[in-house]
Design a protein around this ligand. Structure first.
Ligand SMILES: [Fe+2]
Length: 430
């Protein structure tokens, strides 16, 4: 993007009528703090049109890893990889695609699944041409313990950058993101910028994401397809988990089964998502995966003033809460509300020792700012709430215990607690 176009984007983005319209629709009565400064991550001048950019990786079942990247022009969809730097004993070729969004045409989006790979092992890899730079990633462990970083509503501001710097210091294995990634909001080059911003982390560890309202990007009449950019750019392992849609899927890593749900696709009892969730829950073996997490975007429990009463929260909870409760889900992570809140174990609005802990972690750093107003008094099921940008680390130590730590980015003010798995609680037998 040229300097003038880039400057125009910085100036005009907050006044984009689409963005303002969506903001009004989403915000309701809530008045958000002033917007943060949006970063725009450009390519270096010597970056060729066939060089890989926006490299990110994700788990793809059976010890495999999906490698995704974009080139401006056509280039090989091949990944060469190995366990020593510069020595690539294996190679895999995948596919590439592109998508259109009004007048925007994406680059070539490459998608290659490699493996099976050994657990807890560093692999070095090159995407596309031999002249491409080398990247490396570490595979997750085969067994507990495992470390997760958790962050939602990331966006791409200076606050996002701070969050990423903090996350980069955590020795995590997998990142979980409960929706709202780039905050492109119809302006597709922002997706490219976001891909460049997160590449240093997302090319080294699997980033497992679900989608939020900012990924919908449907415009009546003009662009009717929903999630065009998200589905094209962030291919998650839905095929591997028997799902019919990239909008809901699951994966297993070490001793944890993670279910990613879509708050902005059908979730009623007749929906394909609901039926898939029922079938996925039946496949879980708590001896193999004693921990069970679920991620949504719109929180089912929320004592912030923001985003109260939205159907994606209330109707989805009414539809699916019993399924997750009966399956003894340990933790439900959500985003959407730009703050942090941790609840006790809950079912049907009441504390319930066999229900999931609900955690809202929509504090990654997006340009809309913080949701700083809370309902008073604080409900007794809400244990900790704080409207600050922050980052979280979940260390699942063994089959029964996991340590959760959330920090404010600015001053490391923490919320820390231990969780005990429901599978280890004989009074909550699955
Ligand atoms: Fe959201």
């Amino acid at each position: 993007m040229g300097v003038i176009r880039k400057a125009a984007y910085h100036v005009l983005a907050p006044f984009n009528p689409f963005i303002m319209f969506v903001g009004l629709v989403c915000a309701g009565d809530y008045v958000r703090p002033p917007a943060g400064r949006t970063l725009y991550v450009s390519l270096s001048k010597d970056h060729s049109k066939t060089s890989p950019q926006q490299v990110h990786i994700s788990l793809a079942g059976d010890g495999k890893m999906r490698i995704s990247w974009i080139t401006d022009e056509s280039a090989p969809s091949t990944v060469k990889y190995g366990k020593s730097s510069g020595i690539y004993e294996a190679s895999q070729t995948g596919t590439s695609s592109s998508y259109r969004y009004i007048i925007y045409k994406s680059g070539q989006i490459h998608d290659v699944v490699i493996g099976p790979l050994e657990p807890s092992t560093v692999y070095f890899y090159k995407c596309g041409l031999d002249s491409s730079p080398e990247h490396s990633f570490r595979t997750p462990p085969a067994q507990l313990p495992i470390n997760f970083a958790v962050s939602g509503d990331l966006g791409q501001t200076e606050w996002t950058k701070a969050t990423l710097q903090h996350i980069g210091k955590i020795d995590y294995d997998v990142l979980l993101l409960p929706g709202d990634l780039a905050y492109a909001d119809f302006y597709q080059p922002s997706w490219d910028s976001f891909g460049r911003l997160v590449e240093p982390l997302a090319s080294q560890r699997p980033w497992m994401v679900t989608q939020g309202n900012h990924e919908v990007e449907r415009i009546p009449i003009i662009h009717k397809e929903r999630f065009s950019a998200y589905n094209a750019r962030w291919h998650m392992p839905f095929e591997e988990s028997g799902s019919s849609s990239n909008l809901f899927y699951s994966f297993e890593v070490a001793g944890v089964h993670v279910i990613m749900l879509g708050s902005y696709t059908d979730f009623g009892p007749d929906s394909s998502q609901y039926k898939w969730l029922e079938s996925d829950l039946k496949k879980i073996d708590r001896k193999r995966t004693p921990w069970l997490f679920a991620l949504v975007h719109a929180p089912w429990y929320n004592s912030n003033s923001a985003h109260q009463g939205e159907k994606e929260s209330t109707d989805m909870r009414d539809s699916m809460e019993a399924l997750l409760y009966t399956a003894r889900v340990d933790i439900v992570f959500a985003g959407h509300v730009h703050a942090y809140e941790r609840f006790t174990r809950v079912y049907k609005h009441k504390a319930d020792k066999c229900g999931p802990v609900h955690i809202t972690i929509g504090d990654g750093g997006n340009r809309e700012g913080l949701a700083s107003k809370y309902k008073v008094p604080q409900p007794n099921i809400s244990l900790f709430r704080e409207a600050s940008f922050g980052h979280a680390h979940l260390q699942v130590v063994n089959a029964s215990h996991a340590q959760w730590t959330w920090h404010r980015n600015d001053d490391a003010q923490p919320d820390s607690t231990w969780f005990t798995s429901l599978a280890s609680d004989s009074s909550c037998v699955v």
